[in-house]
Design a protein around this ligand. Sequence first.
Ligand SMILES: Cc1cc2nc3c(=O)[nH]c(=O)nc-3n(C[C@H](O)[C@H](O)[C@H](O)COP(=O)(O)O)c2cc1C
Length: 194
Amino acid sequence: MAKVDIGEQAYVLPMATTILGSFLEDRANFMALGWLTRVNYQPPMLGMAVNQGHASHAAIVKTGEFSVNFPTVEMVEVTDYVGLVSGKRVDKSGLFNLFYGKLKGAPMISECPLSMECKLVETVQLPSNSFLIGEIVGAYSEERFLTDGVPDIKKINPFLLTMPDNRYWSVGEVVGRAWSDGKAVKKRLNPDIS
Ligand SMILES: Cc1cc2nc3c(=O)[nH]c(=O)nc-3n(C[C@H](O)[C@H](O)[C@H](O)COP(=O)(O)O)c2cc1C
């Protein structure tokens, strides 16, 4: 099949839709965040690309702390809202019930089934965004969202983001097992490697 050049504004497909929490001068602030990934195994670290003009950026650089919260599909509208307005003009602190773990600068959202609090460990300045790397110092869920003690995506029911069509998606069916489904191919192609 012939490949089509779709231009350089290409995106990771799909992305988790999350809510970034931070602490402005006098209040909690939240923004929608799609450009997020785990970046280190031990210690556990997250990396995210935040535009340098956002209120969240200034808050995180100042306090050195932030939270990442995973909303459910029932929270699509409020998640989108915190991605439409800036904390520079609007107080977004009253939208959620908040809780705190170890960090004062990392307000977390009670309504979200999964929340992580992070300490900023590195900032990489890029032309428009900064890649902010944070160490996860705490992660919180509820028994009803776990299976065998770990977050269960079916119970959490998060939603995904695609760009540039800017759509939200729910999660589909399990189609395989990671670090497992390739084993037969590995054995066939590399019979000498254990
Ligand atoms: C679904 C969605 C995902 C977003 N992801 C990001 C992102 O990863 N990085 C970013 O800098 N802005 C992102 N934004 C834009 C910010 O959420 C938005 O500009 C927000 O109003 C900034 O708020 P603040 O100024 O209070 O920090 C996203 C917006 C939406 C709707």
